[in-house]
Design a protein around this ligand. Structure first.
Ligand SMILES: [Zn+2]
Length: 462
């Protein structure tokens, strides 16, 4: 340890799964890896409002592993607070951020507006963390960098992105920081996927930051389509509405892919499938443009009849008025609407509208962080607070395993096992306490790597 050694500060995703932010300092420069938003518990979300632990105007570069909000969602706040430099990410990430960040700004404006209208905020008046316009403005600072191309982004800091198989554009970062090589995993995908390609091998590094979302758990799930059919078919047959809180584009695409397969085999009826989100976009074009990052066949993607990631009877709902019209329609039908953990967005209105009827089904399709409404539902809670009021949920609630864009512990261990050399240490990030502990045990026992689980705001010298 010396003043000359580069340092790393864990400004988020340290003993939590959200708010990813790692500050690297060398003698000459400061670079921020990830700029994620904290989500879930109120005490975590409050951190989004705090002053950044560094002066944004002194940063030389920002690097994003992928477009998910828990890795990128505070970018507009960082730029608003004075960061004017480049924000590096892959080409597909740039496109996805162009949709996700303005949408995040819009959601916050909407929430603040609603809170002010109903007067339930403790702040007077309620303010958005940033606006759609702030987000749009921040996009101007994005700089794209292709996979496998090293680039010196600051004095003494060179980065290379490698595919991580999580979502389109996701890349783990190989970063030379001063004399040290550090790999920042971002989120790692699975090795066994129908849609996304597998992660690339891990280069040799002195330190590896490892995501631990699934902790030590192996997810052995029954085939996704089987689970979906079992849950969905009876509800549709009875004329009910299936409400699926949808995550960003990647997961929505995956759900549509499986629904399509079930429709093609006649295992669920061809009911209307509404994708209701202000950023509802036809993901097909994006998947065609980034054909190397996934396993889907391009000629099928281009076919209007057989496109594998469009449900047969699908409609994209963009405008609020169209979304409201859905409330008056009766089943059977399927509605996908953001956000996936029911933290905000139009899904709240659908839940309010459909949640009281036992004929309907709320189907959760991904990880539900502590403190979210989705987590509460999964744990059996049936009184959900929305818009400052408590609503009783009488609809059925179920969750589907195996749709996460994250690999499970076996995938992460397999990925770590591809390392060309053993690192000095692994830092376990992006997990909740139990998961981090379990991941640490496996990293120690199976790979014989030293590991450490940093606390929020901890600083280590490399
Ligand atoms: Zn992610």
């Amino acid at each position: 340890m010396s003043d000359n050694a580069p340092s790393l500060e864990f400004l988020g995703a340290a003993r939590s799964v959200t708010g990813s932010k790692f500050l690297a300092r060398t003698k000459k420069s400061q670079v921020l890896f990830e700029c994620g938003m904290f989500q879930g518990l109120k005490e975590l979300r409050r951190r989004n409002w705090e002053k950044f632990p560094m002066n944004p105007s002194e940063l030389e570069a920002v690097v994003l592993t992928h477009a998910h909000i828990d890795h990128s969602g505070l970018v507009p706040r960082l730029t608003k607070m004075g960061y004017t430099g480049p924000i590096y990410c892959t080409p597909a990430s740039t496109e996805l951020l162009g949709l996700l960040l303005p949408d995040a700004g819009y959601l916050q404006e909407e929430e603040a507006r609603y809170a002010n209208k109903k007067g339930y905020s403790r702040h007077e008046p309620a303010l958005p963390l940033y606006t759609r316009e702030d987000a749009q403005e921040s996009l101007k600072q994005l700089k794209t960098l292709d996979y496998g191309k090293p680039l010196e982004i600051a004095d003494g800091v060179t980065i290379t992105f490698h595919p991580s198989g999580h979502i389109l554009g996701s890349g783990f970062v190989e970063a030379d920081i001063g004399e040290r090589r550090v790999v920042i995993s971002g989120d790692i995908g699975s090795y066994d996927r129908e849609v996304m390609a597998a992660p690339s091998d891990l280069p040799g590094a002195d330190y590896v930051l490892v995501e631990s979302t699934y902790g030590g758990r192996s997810i052995v799930s029954r085939p996704v389509q089987e689970q979906l059919r079992e849950r969905i078919a009876p509800v549709l047959d009875a004329g009910g509405v299936v409400v699926i809180p949808a995550f960003a584009i990647g997961r929505t695409t995956l759900v549509l892919y499986h629904l399509r397969k079930l429709q093609e085999r006649g295992e669920i009826p061809d009911v209307p499938v509404y994708v209701d989100s202000p950023m509802a976009t036809d993901a097909v074009d994006i998947y065609i443009r980034y054909g190397l990052e996934h396993n889907l066949k391009l000629d099928l993607l281009r076919s209007s009849n057989d496109c594998p990631i469009r449900a047969k009877t699908m409609r994209l709902i963009k405008r609020v008025e169209e979304s409201k019209e859905l409330h008056g329609k009766s089943g059977p039908m399927i509605i996908l609407s953001a956000s996936g953990m029911i933290a905000g967005g139009r899904i709240l209105h659908h839940l309010k509208n459909r949640g009281g009827d036992p004929k309907n089904l709320i189907l959760l399709v991904g990880y539900q962080a502590v403190g979210t409404r989705g987590r509460k539902l999964i744990e059996g809670g049936r009184e959900i607070k929305m818009f400052g009021e408590t609503h009783k949920i009488r609809a059925q609630v179920a969750s589907i395993q195996g749709l996460s864009a994250h690999g499970d512990a076996d995938d992460v261990l397999r990925w770590l096992g591809t390392a060309k050399s053993k690192p000095k240490k692994a830092f376990l990030v992006h997990g909740e306490d139990e998961g981090l502990k379990a991941m640490g045990e496996r990293v120690g026992a199976e790979l014989h790597w030293k590991h450490h689980t940093p606390h929020y705001l901890e600083k280590v010298y490399l």
